[in-house]
Design a protein around this ligand. Structure first.
Ligand SMILES: [Mg+2]
Length: 365
């Protein structure tokens, strides 16, 4: 019996920018497009695919800085490759784009490793569960009441997703009455049987966020994401206990950040395409478990689902409208969140997704 695995032969990265259907905004940012950086790792006969939602400047970082650390390594030795990349970027600064680039390579390596072993990714990592809960996410502050109601209707009635999230905190928390009007509209649109979440993207000051938490509880809102800036850990803690669970963590790029944050939130959000990939995700989830907290996946739904299936203290995947649209456009083999859960395939090797090169070419930067 031989146990050889192929070595990493090549690593490539390309960036694609996909326009949004119209202007979109949350409490503290507006945007009209989303950039995705896609990494392909070739190891023997297989290609692994990873990605991050980050700026195109990740491309030269991946090609010129990270790839040389990994080429020639056994494809399944992902933790060793990850440590080599982390060591190389010390003087570049780990948080931010560097960590996003690291994540995309890490995820492509894990996918290639699983394909080299002819295993589904969730089989390689080891499943805790077959089905992963999802929540639908969008509800941008730029939407009209009719557009918001239509989106909520599509999620809950057409796709039968029993958890939804909308944006509040419009214009840095300066439009509280409209925020509450939209929450009321959302509750009335989805009915009593659907979990309703809100995301203020750090738009409120602490006192206002505490008052909002009480008002949100009246509409049975059970998740209050970034009620204040996620840099204000004490402020996050002060909003807890006023009704909804407090969640944050989407700007977490390294383990120490999450370790500092975990005492101040009810649920820790991890973005697998920002935090350094699955290698760091698993350690972050362990930090949360040690504090008796769940984790929830921020965005990148078709990658996050596999990690969710392999993580014990996992709550749900954010099925973010923009990323759902982009992944369904660019990749073959996407999961369908209809019914409110997804089940990573146990037959397709890796994460089961492949790039549609002819479609993607139209969006390449
Ligand atoms: Mg958020």
């Amino acid at each position: 019996m031989t146990c050889d695995v192929p070595a990493v032969g090549s690593i490539d990265a390309r960036a694609y920018r996909i326009p949004t259907p119209g202007p979109e905004a949350d409490a503290t940012l507006t945007w009209d497009s989303t950039t995705i950086v896609v990494v392909t790792v070739r190891a023997g006969p297989v290609d692994g695919l990873g990605w991050t939602y980050a700026d195109a400047t990740c491309v030269p970082l991946i090609r010129d800085v990270l790839a040389p650390q990994v080429l020639g390594a056994p494809v399944t030795d992902v933790p060793q490759s990850w440590e080599a990349m982390r060591g190389r970027v010390r003087n570049l600064g780990r948080p931010g784009l560097v960590s996003c680039a690291l994540a995309a390579v890490d995820l492509a390596l894990w996918d290639a490793a699983a394909r080299a072993l002819d295993l589904p990714l969730a089989r390689l990592w080891g499943r805790v569960r077959e089905h992963v809960d999802v929540y639908a996410s969008g509800g941008f502050t730029t939407q009209s009441s009719e557009e918001l109601a239509a989106q909520l209707h599509a999620w809950t009635r057409q796709r039968s997703i029993p958890r939804v999230k909308i944006k509040i905190g419009e214009s840095w928390g300066s439009m509280v009455e409209r925020d509450l009007d939209r929450v009321r509209l959302a509750r009335q649109s989805v009915g009593d049987g659907v979990e309703l979440y809100v995301d203020a993207n750090g738009g409120y000051p602490v006192g206002q966020a505490r008052r909002m938490a009480s008002a949100l509880a009246a509409w049975d809102v059970t998740w209050f994401e970034e009620p204040v800036s996620s840099d204000d850990l004490a402020g996050l803690g002060q909003v807890r206990g006023h009704g909804p669970d407090v969640a944050a963590g989407e700007y977490g790029y390294d383990l120490a950040y999450f370790a500092r944050m975990v005492p101040y939130v009810d649920c820790l959000q991890i973005d697998i395409t920002r935090c350094g990939g699955f290698t760091e995700w698993a350690r972050v989830a362990a930090v949360a478990a040690a504090a008796n907290r769940d984790v929830s996946a921020h965005c990148a739904p078709n990658l996050s689902a596999h990690a969710g299936a392999a993580t014990a203290n996992f709550r749900h995947v954010e099925w973010f409208a923009d990323h759902d649209r982009i992944e369904s456009l660019l990749f073959e083999g996407c999961l369908d969140p209809a019914g409110g859960t997804v089940a990573p395939s146990m037959t397709a090797p890796g994460h089961g997704l492949s790039l549609r090169p002819r479609v993607a070419a139209d969006y390449e930067l």
